[in-house]
Design a protein around this ligand. Structure first.
Ligand code: ZN
Length: 494
């Protein structure tokens, strides 16, 4: 059924695939129809119903079949996020109705039938078992309905590898701060779904970031690209020295929270309904993790903590500009009509406008963080980079991220703000920031640059000045790779 939906909705399915799905489904259908007792039928078909519903939802929303990363995203999402996602995809939910109707007819037919047919049952079971055994490495397993158990299994193995990597004992690394200060604070702010071209800071026609536009000592990097379009594949890499080619090392390798803690900083994670509240291994080195209800609450908490502790390091991850762009307040309601303030208005640009309202909101949040750091006596730097972008096009705004990512999904804002005190103390690093702002930059630069702005000297084995934007040796020649949401295919972005 999902294959037929894909054809009907988007016309992108090949007839050979549909034929293959139909033929491969015969033994499964035979198996189910051969069951005579209605309650056995119900028991056997419930998991299939669950899989079919999942698959249909993914087909309608993402235009591809279920992948392991979709399964993982579903498992680690929080209830607020999933509720909003489901309520914004009512078409996908409605597409499950024919499946439910067919299932209801099946239960009714079984209830009416009386004679059990054990021969028929045994025969179809054998064919089904043979198919699953002999066809396990073929294309059939990439297509519904058999891809679902396969992708659930793949998701299980990915999760297992993450947990295994996270379980490895953490070894202290030989790092130290070469120029410690009495009062200093550094921030890694992980943005959510922010598209570069929607910031007035980047020349966008709408005034979406008026507060950042007016800030001094703030640099927007014009050619920064991320490594993936799913938060769970990006946030771990931003916080560690791992690269997309050795993703699991982000759970066993060197984490920025650990490095700053070892150098005498109090380390905090502040998160608002996002990945870091669901990924304890990644935040284990933090002194505290604060989960907040609104992004805008983040600056006030940071302010209190910087008043108590003289040396602080924060990893922040807000809800940001997450689809479907509801994360903003009345004072950001500047771009109309949008679905939250103009529910009765018909327009192709409802979500396009709402997206810009969320950028305006994020502008206020980032400005609030800079206010906390912008104290006369404080040495401070904020690195902000969005995890990935988004498809925000009028008329086709509800696709979120795609299997074949567009530039708006991986060309994202990367910003460095620094305090006056820090600039006075680090003229060479300041010169490098300004000199490198239009060069090719990439997610792999974040960890090393973060350590360098805090004058943290990493051991030689870890040190990578060529990846450190604040170093005179920074070279913009690194390979920039994007991992697509199938978790396997990579695209060269250089
Ligand atoms: Zn994200």
């Amino acid at each position: 059924m999902p294959a037929i939906y894909r054809l009907a909705l988007y016309g992108t399915e090949s007839y050979s695939n549909i034929l293959l799905v139909a033929v491969a489904s015969i033994p499964l259908a035979l198996f189910l129809t051969s069951v005579r007792k209605w309650w056995i039928f119900v028991l056997l078909s419930i998991p299939l119903m669950y899989f079919a519903g999942n698959e249909t939802f993914v087909v309608v929303v993402y235009r591809h079949y279920m992948k392991a990363v979709n399964v993982l995203s579903m498992l680690i999402t929080n209830t607020t996020e999933s509720r909003s996602f489901i309520s914004n995809n009512t078409l996908a939910v409605c597409c499950d109705v024919p499946i439910l109707v067919l299932w209801g007819i099946g239960v009714w037919a079984k209830y009416k039938a009386s004679k059990p047919s054990y021969k028929y049952f045994a025969f179809s079971s054998v064919i089904l078992a043979a198919l699953l055994f002999f066809a396990k490495d073929t294309k059939i397993m990439e297509l519904p309905p058999y891809n679902l158990p396969v992708q659930y299994y793949n998701a299980y193995t990915i999760n297992k590898k993450i947990l295994q990597a996270a379980a490895q004992p953490k070894v202290a690394i030989a790092c130290h701060q070469t120029n410690p200060k009495e009062h200093e604070s550094y921030v890694l702010f992980i943005g959510e779904s922010m598209v570069y071209d929607h910031l007035s800071l980047a020349g966008y026609k709408r005034e979406t970031t008026p507060l950042l536009d007016a800030r001094e000592n703030l640099t927007l990097f014009t050619d920064y690209k991320t490594n993936a379009t799913l938060t769970m594949l990006v946030a771990p890499l931003m916080m560690t020295d791992a690269t997309i080619e050795d993703f699991y090392r982000s759970y066993s390798g060197t984490n920025c929270l650990q490095v700053f803690k070892q150098c005498g900083f109090k380390t905090f994670v502040l998160v608002c309904f996002n990945h870091l509240d669901q990924d304890p291994p990644l935040t284990a080195a933090a002194d505290s993790v604060f989960c907040v209800d609104k992004d805008i609450e983040i600056p006030a908490i940071m302010d209190s903590l910087t008043k108590v502790y003289p040396k602080t390091f924060f990893v922040v991850q807000g809800l940001g500009n997450h689809c479907y762009f509801y994360n903003f307040e009345e004072q950001d309601n500047l771009f109309r009509p949008n679905p939250y303030y103009d529910p009765d208005v018909q327009s192709d640009s409802l979500y396009y406008n709402a997206y810009d309202c969320t950028i305006h909101y994020t502008d206020r949040v980032l400005d609030g963080v800079i206010n906390v750091l912008n104290k006369d006596s404080m040495y401070s730097v904020m690195l902000f980079a969005s995890d990935h972008g988004e498809n925000v096009n009028p008329g086709d705004e509800r696709r979120s991220v795609s299997m074949t990512p567009q530039e708006s999904e991986y060309h994202v804002p990367f910003i460095i703000w620094r305090s006056k005190k820090w600039i006075e103390e680090n003229p060479e690093k300041e010169r490098c920031i300004l000199a490198n702002k239009d060069k090719k930059t990439y997610i792999d630069n974040i960890f090393f640059t973060l350590c360098d702005v805090a004058s943290i000297q990493l051991p030689d084995s870890l040190n990578k000045p060529e990846w450190t934007i604040t170093s005179p040796s920074f070279s913009a020649t690194q390979k920039r790779i994007l991992l697509t949401p199938d978790g396997k295919t990579t695209i060269n972005l250089n």
